[in-house]
Write a protein that binds this ligand. Structure first.
Ligand code: SAH
Length: 510
């Protein structure tokens, strides 16, 4: 046995990253190398980089798709696992679904055992159960099915004879869950009917089960092969045959969520996209992230000067969470904390910015009615204490002048401190342009005017105009229209929450 080297055969689950086990997630975070398959969701690999590491995790893509050389490649995979573990590495062998359900995980375990390499098996949620569940089909149901059979439809193309006894399965009753076997589906269903299974038995095919792009096709045993062909479903597909399939009329849920089937682009900087993307995905949307901008540091001399002498200000006003974060980091670098702002009143444009301040122990003194600069200005005006006040205005480069100008109009002395700029990013623009060109995208979301301009620059005017926009508020909408794009949705409250609500309640027309 090697000392430290170990291989974890981890089930990645069927696709939805939330279906990875806690143990699997823990191992992905802590391992040295990941050897993964085509059917393991690549989004899971991101878990490996959530913590800072001395050396980055080694990634080995050994994805293979049912070719004739699959068994030869399998030997290479086993050899790779042995080699990595023998070098003392903690290796995650990430396999789609469950490693021991039609996943050849057991062959890898045999090879590791033979080589004297330590290994552990972490089961996963298998596609046969999960894709069915996400299509609204329970694999067993009292009164409808008392047994379930997992069977592979795909037989080794090198094997001359069939080894599955379809007529025995036809007689057994219960639910049949078929893995693989798209190419042999017509033959399989015919054999089941020949074996005595009623041709009108409900049957379903679920492609990319548990993913936002899941597609389902419902038929009966005798019509399924035609239906699947007509709908153009290709691997990966799980086929479910049995009376339980009829239950989906009552209990389908995944495809009934409000944004299911909608492909929605999120253009927020990647450091800030998680909330919007997560909320849209939770409502069923397929989220495509294309960060139009990213936060770039600017020269902080003025910021440091302001921090060194905070007591000369009466007010500090923040226009974004980024501004708060950067200001706070600079304050801490200076050895100071929230007490340095003890004598100041604090203002923020919106609730997210106010929340970021509260995380630093700072509550705002003024709440605008609407979350735009004009509204904050109005609230400040109503207080009547800005005349002669000294205001520290912390903002992004190129921010609108509404607040500083308006404050000066109220008699305040304003120091405008630039904390960051939004620089163009555009990661993933080429792939997104293709999807826009092919008309696949239903909506592009914008949460700032700078993102609109950067998006159009990255994608090009023509492609950008193929999909309607959803905007967080009137200022962003203006920028969307100015870029020649259509504003289909505008949030009535300028927050992420407001934007998500406006999108979810939009009357969608194909
Ligand atoms: N070990 C895997 C199965 C691997 S065999 C598991 O436990 O799920 C590969 C087959 O699994 C595919 O051909 C398809 O039939 C099925 N499959 C895997 N993921 C799927 C998904 N998300 N949707 C539908 N079928 C899937």
């Amino acid at each position: 046995m090697t000392d430290a080297g170990v291989v974890y055969l981890v089930g990645a689950g069927p696709g939805d990253p939330g279906l990875l086990t806690l143990r699997g997630a823990e191992l992905l975070v802590g391992c040295d190398a990941i050897v993964y398959d085509a059917l393991a969701n690549p989004a899971l690999l991101a878990l490996a980089s959530v913590t800072e590491r001395a050396t980055p995790v080694e990634l080995h893509d050994v994805g293979k798709r049912g070719g004739v050389d699959a068994s030869a490649r399998q030997e290479d995979i086993c050899a790779l696992l042995v080699q990595l573990a023998s070098a003392g590495k903690r290796v995650v062998r990430l396999k789609g679904g469950d490693p021991f359900v039609f996943g050849r995980g057991s062959e890898e375990a045999q090879a590791l055992a033979a080589a004297g390499v330590r290994f552990e098996v972490i089961p996963g949620v298998t596609a046969g159960i999960a894709a069915a569940a996400y299509a609204g089909i329970p694999v067993t149901h009292r009164g409808a099915a008392t047994s379930v059979t997992f069977v592979t439809g795909h037989e080794d193309p090198l094997k001359p004879a069939e080894t599955v006894d379809w007529s025995a399965l036809a007689r057994a009753g219960g639910t049949i869950v078929l893995y693989m076997g798209m190419k042999t589906l017509r033959r399989t269903t015919a054999e089941l009917i020949a074996g005595g299974m009623p041709p009108d038995t409900p049957a379903a095919a679920v492609q990319w089960g548990t993913y936002p792009k899941q597609r389902t096709c419902f038929a009966t045993l005798d019509t399924l092969a035609d239906a699947v062909k007509r709908e153009g479903l290709t691997a990966p597909v799980i086929t479910i045959i049995g009376p339980v399939v009829a239950l989906r009329d009552e209990i389908a849920w995944f495809e009934r969520r409000p944004l299911f089937g909608r492909r929605i682009v999120v253009t927020r900087a990647s450091a800030q996209s998680a909330e919007l993307s997560g909320r849209l995905a939770a409502l069923g949307a397929e989220v495509i992230e294309m960060p139009a901008t990213r936060i770039e540091a600017t020269d902080h001399t003025a910021l440091r000067d302001a921090i060194a002498d905070l007591s000369r200000y009466d007010w500090a006003i923040f226009t974004s969470q980024n501004a708060v974060r950067i200001f706070w980091d600079a304050l801490r670098d200076d050895g100071a904390d929230a007490r340095a702002l003890a004598g100041l009143k604090i203002g923020a444009v919106g609730p997210a910015t106010a929340g970021a301040l509260l995380d630093c122990g700072l509550a705002v003194d003024v709440e605008p009615e609407r979350f735009v600069a004009e509204s904050l200005l109005e609230a400040l005006r109503q207080r009547g204490d800005l005349d002669g006040a000294r205001v520290l205005y912390a903002a992004a480069e190129g921010a609108r002048e509404v607040l500083p100008d308006g404050l000066r109009g109220l008699g305040a002395v304003v120091d405008r401190v630039v904390l960051y700029r939004s620089a163009p990013d555009g990661a993933g623009a080429a792939a997104l342009k293709q999807r826009l060109d092919s008309g696949e995208v239903h909506l592009v979301t914008f949460t700032s005017a700078s993102a609109v301009r950067a998006f159009v620059n990255a994608i090009g005017k023509d492609a950008a105009r193929t999909a309607p926009g959803a905007s967080i508020g009137p200022i962003t909408s203006e920028a969307v229209r100015a870029a020649g794009l259509d504003v289909a949705i505008e949030a009535s409250e300028s927050t992420i929450d407001g934007l998500v609500q406006a999108i979810a309640s939009h009357p969608w027309h194909e």
